[in-house]
Design a protein around this ligand. Structure first.
Ligand code: CP
Length: 339
């Protein structure tokens, strides 16, 4: 078991070896058990985490903040308007100064073409671990919670498990690519067979897809892409119906130079694909024991119908959300404490 994590950044699960990830899950399961027993586990007593949210969050914010409290420390819930970031203070200066005052930095910045660069800039200068709370490319904590949930429902050997990630229609906002991209990179490393369905206007980043195929080759899983949602659902044991914006159709620089036009085109393309919903008819295409997962928030009755989302024989979305807490605590305990 790998046990050396102190000050290790978590910007993407790609930077963590499989043995390191296995340790995270060992710790997460242990902390989940201690949480259930009401047993104190103050592994980060008197330590401080600085969270910086450029966007809204329910699960990520509260899993980190509650997690720090349960580990005996404290998390500052920061937003740019509370900080000199709003007056242009650099990522470097922010990272260096927060490193002098506390024990971890956890930013969320999902702006397309900006977020991942911003987090990497912080990590370059921070002397404490920088943990991504999601950017425009990756959402590592979501991937960890998803995998923990799969272990709970299907056991620790996930080879041959059939997971279908399908793009789905949503109106709430143009969701980042980072959840499906993290899932396609991570799941096949554990032998999972992943199928991704999406309309042609909503691709994932081609470089990430290529890397995910490499991961599948090394990990014994597979990655299949299709534009047919029904075909992708045939025999699926897990379905993740998830909207993402059409960012992957644009290079980051092109997008930033023509942002208004790209957004307009994405909005027009979105309305072509309203039938992409996971509903009762589509449940019938899947394995008879199918489970529904979703990072949440779900756009109910657009991505997935209420009757499927609320069917407790199918939906495991709340277990998945709870596991954000236990995996977050495991990573924080290992990187901010540990050795
Ligand atoms: N899944 C997820 O990251 O949820 P929040 O945006 O609420 O943090």
């Amino acid at each position: 078991m790998n046990t050396r994590f102190r000050n290790k950044h978590l910007l993407t699960t790609e930077d963590w070896s499989k043995p390191e990830l296995e340790t995270v899950f060992e710790v997460a399961f242990d902390l989940k058990k201690r949480f259930a027993l009401g047993e104190p586990h103050r592994l980060l007593q008197d330590k401080t985490l600085f969270m910086i949210f450029f966007e809204q969050s329910t699960r990520t914010r509260n899993s980190m903040e509650a997690g720090m409290t349960q580990l005996g420390g404290h998390a500052h819930d920061l937003t740019p308007d509370k900080m000199q970031l709003s007056h242009g203070e650099s990522a470097k200066d922010t990272a260096v100064i927060l490193s002098r005052m506390g024990h971890g930095i956890a930013p969320r910045n999902c702006f397309y073409g900006i977020g991942n660069n911003y987090l990497n800039e912080m990590a370059r200068y921070a002397t404490v671990p920088v943990m991504s709370l999601q950017d425009d490319v990756y959402h590592p904590f979501q991937g960890l919670a998803d995998l923990m949930t799969l272990f709970e429902y299907f056991g620790r050997d996930l080879r041959g498990l059939k997971v279908t990630i399908s793009w789905a229609y949503a109106k709430s906002h143009s969701k980042p690519l980072s959840v499906p991209q993290t899932q396609i990179l991570l799941f096949p490393r554990f032998g999972i067979d992943v199928t991704v369905a999406h309309p042609k206007e909503f691709p994932l980043n081609p470089a990430i897809v290529e890397k995910a195929k490499e991961n599948a080759g090394a990990g014994g899983g597979s990655l299949t892409l299709t534009r047919d949602m029904d075909a992708a659902l045939e025999g699926a044991q897990i379905v993740i119906p998830k909207n993402w914006g059409g960012f992957g159709a644009y290079g980051a620089e092109d997008y930033l130079q023509n942002e208004a036009a790209c957004k307009q085109e994405m909005a027009v393309n979105l309305e072509k694909h309203k039938p992409w919903i996971f509903d009762r008819r589509r449940v019938k295409l899947t394995d008879k024991h199918v489970k529904l997962m979703h990072a949440l928030p779900a756009d109910r009755n657009r991505e997935v119908t209420d009757d499927v989302m609320d069917d407790e024989t199918i939906s495991i979305v709340y277990d998945e959300a709870e596991n954000r807490l236990h995996t977050a605590k495991a990573v924080m305990a290992l990187t901010m404490g540990g050795r």
